[in-house]
Design a binder for this molecule. Structure first.
Ligand code: PMP
Length: 391
C-alpha cells in the first residue's frame, strides 16, 4: 500500500514475461500505436501529442522542461511539496530563471497569489503538481491553467501521482503538458515516462531559437517516432522497452474498459471513506483541508507518543507495507498510504485492520474497530455500490 510502485494486475505482469519482439515487428507497432491512442482518451486530450519514453517520471519532467525552455526564460514553479523543488532544480539546470511559489505545509498556493505573480513578471511557463506524493495535497489544476492562458504562459501539470486516479481533462482545462510515469495509477511496473503535449506546446517547441539541451529527451528525436507508431509505420531512434509497452497496452485497455470517469469516482469514493476512517481513529491528516486531500494516497501524522518506525514495522508484520514520510523537515512525523490503480475496498479494509492492530499493540488509546466501522458504514450506506467497485 505504498504510493508507487503500486500492486499490478496479473494480466499486466504477464505481458512482462512474454517473448520480446522486435520494436519494428508489425504486432509491436500496433501495440505502441494503440497505447498512444489510449493515452489521448485517458488524458482527455484528443488533439494532444503523446510521448512514451523509457525512463521514470523524472525523465518526463526533464523532457517537458528541456523542450520548452531556453536559457533566460522565466518559469514559475508552484509547489505543494517535495516534487515542486525537483522541477525547479531541473529548470535551473537548463538555464531558466525560476521562481518557486511554495504553499504552506499541507496547503495549496491560492490562485490570487499565482495571478499576482503572473502580473509581476512575464513568464514563459508555469508548472504545478497535481498530487504531491510527499504531502498528499491535491490541487485544482483548471483555474491555474486558465490563468496561464490569460497571461499567455504555457502550463505543465506533474501528474505522476494523479493520471489514472484523479480527474484530468487536459484539453478542456487548457493544460499544455500533462506528464506521468507508469508505476502509479497507470498500473504498470516502473520504467515508462508518459507525456501528452498540446499543439500550443508543440508550436512553442518548434519556435525555439536554441537547441534542446537534452539529447535523449529532445522531441526532435522522438516526434517522428511517435508519429510513425501512430501511423503504424516502423521507425527507430532508441530501442523502446518492448515488454513494458506491451504491459502498458493491457493496463490502458483496462482503464479504458472501466471508464476513466468510473475509475476516478472509485478512487474518490474509497479515499473519502478511508480518510473518514483515519479521522475516526483520532489521527490527523497532513493536508490541512479535506478538499485538498488527494484520492490516490493519504498522508497521516503518527499519533503523539507513537514510534513511527515501530508502527510501520508492526503493519508490515500484519502484511501491509506502507511508506514513511518524504518531506525532509517532517519526515519522521508522518506516514503515507497509497490507494491507487487497482485498489479495492477489501485492500483498504485489510489496511485499516493492520493499522488498528499496530496501534493497539503500541498502546494507542482508541476503541478497536472504530476505523473499520466508519469505513464500512460509508461503503454500505452509499445508495448504490457505485464508485466503490471496479466496473
Ligand atoms: N512527481 C511526483 C508527484 C512523484 O510522486 C514522483 C515520484 N514519486 C515524481 C515526480 C518522480 O517520478 P519518478 O520517481 O518515477 O522519477
Amino acid at each position: 500500500m505504498i504510493p508507487g510502485p503500486i500492486e499490478f494486475e496479473p494480466e499486466v505482469l504477464r505481458a512482462m514475461a512474454v517473448q520480446t519482439t522486435s520494436h519494428v515487428a508489425a504486432n509491436f507497432i500496433d501495440v505502441f500505436g494503440n497505447c498512444l491512442g489510449l493515452m489521448k482518451n485517458i488524458w482527455g486530450a484528443p488533439t494532444g501529442q503523446p510521448f512514451i519514453i523509457a525512463g521514470s517520471g523524472t525523465l518526463a519532467m526533464d523532457m517537458a522542461a528541456s523542450n520548452l525552455v531556453e536559457p533566460g526564460d522565466h518559469v514559475l514553479v508552484i509547489s505543494s511539496g517535495y516534487f515542486g523543488s525537483r522541477f525547479k532544480d531541473i529548470f535551473d539546470r537548463y538555464g531558466a530563471k525560476t521562481t518557486l511559489l511554495t504553499a504552506p505545509l499541507g496547503e495549496v498556493v491560492p490562485t490570487d497569489v499565482i495571478e499576482m505573480e503572473l502580473q509581476r513578471k512575464s513568464y514563459k511557463l508555469l508548472t504545478m503538481t497535481h498530487v504531491d506524493t510527499s504531502t498528499g495535497v491535491l490541487i485544482q489544476p483548471e483555474p491555474i491553467a486558465q490563468l496561464a492562458k490569460k497571461y499567455q504562459v504555457l502550463s505543465i501539470l506533474d501528474g505522476v501521482c494523479s493520471v489514472g486516479g484523479e480527474e484530468i481533462k487536459q484539453e478542456a482545462w487548457g493544460i499544455d503538458v500533462v506528464l506521468t510515469a507508469s508505476q502509479k495509477a497507470i498500473g504498470v511496473p516502473p520504467g515508462l515516462a508518459l507525456l501528452v503535449a498540446s499543439q500550443r506546446a508543440m508550436q512553442s517547441w518548434q519556435q525555439r531559437t536554441t537547441p534542446v539541451l537534452n539529447y535523449y529527451a529532445d522531441w526532435g528525436n522522438w516526434l517522428p517516432i511517435m508519429t510513425a507508431y501512430e501511423e503504424r509505420r516502423p521507425s527507430y531512434f532508441g530501442t523502446p522497452p518492448v515488454n513494458l509497452i506491451a504491459a502498458l497496452e493491457i493496463s490502458l485497455h483496462m482503464i479504458d474498459r472501466e471508464g476513466i470517469e468510473n475509475r476516478v469516482q472509485r478512487h474518490q469514493a474509497l479515499a473519502h471513506a478511508f480518510r473518514s476512517a483515519i479521522l475516526a481513529l483520532g489521527l490527523q491528516l497532513l493536508p490541512f483541508d479535506q478538499s485538498h486531500a488527494a484520492n490516490t494516497l493519504t498522508a497521516i501524522y503518527y499519533p503523539e507518543g507513537i514510534n513511527g518506525a515501530l508502527l510501520c514495522a508492526k503493519m508490515a508484520d500484519h502484511d501491509v507495507l506502507i511508506a514513511g514520510g518524504l518531506l525532509p523537515d517532517i519526515k519522521a512525523k508522518y506516514f503515507r498510504i497509497g490507494h491507487m490503480g487497482s485498489v479495492s475496498q477489501n485492500d483498504l479494509v485489510a489496511t485499516l485492520s493492520a493499522l488498528e492492530y499496530a496501534l493497539f499493540e503500541l498502546d494507542y488509546a482508541f476503541e478497536p474497530g472504530t476505523g473499520l466501522k466508519t469505513f464500512q458504514d460509508i461503503v454500505f450506506s452509499s445508495t448504490s455500490a457505485e464508485g466503490f467497485a471496479k466496473v
